[in-house]
Design a protein around this ligand. Structure first.
Ligand SMILES: Cc1cc2nc3c(=O)[nH]c(=O)nc-3n(C[C@H](O)[C@H](O)[C@H](O)COP(=O)(O)O)c2cc1C
Length: 308
């Protein structure tokens, strides 16, 4: 029973402050046809045994199927898969005809291009108020380098800044990357001290003045995971991503891998970059990242920006 003083709309709003990913939960019905719906209630439960859960509303038309199924799969959507989320959140009769998918080990469908997927056998179904909790034992999984789609306060969240958003600033830009490697942070040795890799825009790879082009020239194969900082300095918009070096191939001679506790601070001449990097090291140590928006003197760390 709900307490009469309990405002359900406010309760939903409060729950919406919890940032999640977006998944599609799927199975094969007894008649052999695929069934699925969009869910953000996905949670990891246990590592050993490998268990995950997802909550299904008893009002969902696919609830009877999932409450009985012996197997199911969860696809964690990538940021370019908003349309897939829309299809599986709808009541459309032919959801699977509108997306690209393939069968995973247990036969359950998995979305092509997902950031990750978990193929499960049903471990337990728990009755929980107006939902059931479907707990799966993971028998197979995949993951890719795709940036996951986020969801917060009823809207999708982009973790990366698109080219269009950058172009919309209409200003001169410097786009850089704070890149981690097993041996430390990537710094570039230049005539004017140590620097982070930077370009005049993000892409394309074929443009040697873009960040992607610069990284290609340095023989650094990287994933840019998240937008880390945006700040203005002398009329230039500085945009920094946080990322990782993904292949341990030989790199250009000027590339240095520097452990976080051995950064040569006095060789990083740009004070704005130095202060951003100090924040990175502090937050990396605490493992808590925000997005920094502001100017050099008085920036503030803001929450992830919803733009849907
Ligand atoms: C981002 C997002 C997250 C959702 N998460 C859940 C969820 O965790 N559990 C649930 O039962 N429905 C969730 N829904 C709603 C279902 O996707 C929706 O009710 C869908 O129509 C159910 O499909 P069905 O009617 O074919 O069963 C979510 C919808 C969206 C857009």
């Amino acid at each position: 029973m709900t307490d009469s003083s309990f405002d359900l709309i406010e309760f939903r709003r409060a729950l919406g402050a919890f940032v999640t990913g977006v998944t599609v939960v799927t199975t094969i019905q007894p008649d052999g046809t695929p069934r699925g719906f969009t869910a953000n209630s996905f949670t990891s439960v246990s590592l050993d045994p490998a268990l995950i859960l997802v909550c299904i509303a008893k009002t969902a038309s696919s609830h009877p199927v999932f409450s009985q199924t012996q197997r199911f799969a969860v696809s964690v959507l990538a940021e370019d898969q908003r349309p897939v989320s829309g299809v599986f959140a709808s009541k459309s009769a032919d959801k699977f005809a509108q997306v690209a998918w393939h069968a995973q080990r247990t036969g359950s469908p998995v979305m092509d291009g997902a950031a990750a997927s978990f193929d499960c056998e049903t471990h337990q179904v728990v009755d929980a108020g107006d939902h059931i909790i479907l707990i799966g034992r993971v028998v197979d999984f995949t993951h890719s380098s795709a940036t996951p789609l986020g969801y917060c306060r009823g809207a999708y969240v982009d973790f990366s800044l698109s080219q269009e958003a950058l172009a919309a600033t209409g200003q001169r830009a410097q786009v850089g990357a704070i890149l981690e490697h097993a041996r430390g942070l990537v710094l570039i040795r230049t005539a004017s001290g140590m620097q982070l890799p930077t370009g005049m825009r993000l892409e394309p790879l074929s443009d040697v003045t873009s960040l992607r082009g610069v990284l290609e020239g340095l023989k650094l194969n990287v994933n840019l995971d998240f937008l880390f900082a945006v700040f203005e300095e002398k009329g230039i918009t500085h945009i920094y991503y946080r990322g990782r070096v993904v292949h341990d191939a030989p790199v250009a001679a000027d590339v240095r891998f520097v452990p976080l506790d051995a950064i040569p601070w006095d060789e990083i001449r740009d004070p704005a970059v130095q202060s951003m990097l100090r924040r990175y090291v502090k937050e990396r140590t605490e493992d808590a990242f925000g997005i920094y928006v502001g100017d050099v003197e008085k920036g503030t760390v803001q929450s992830l920006v919803a733009n849907a």
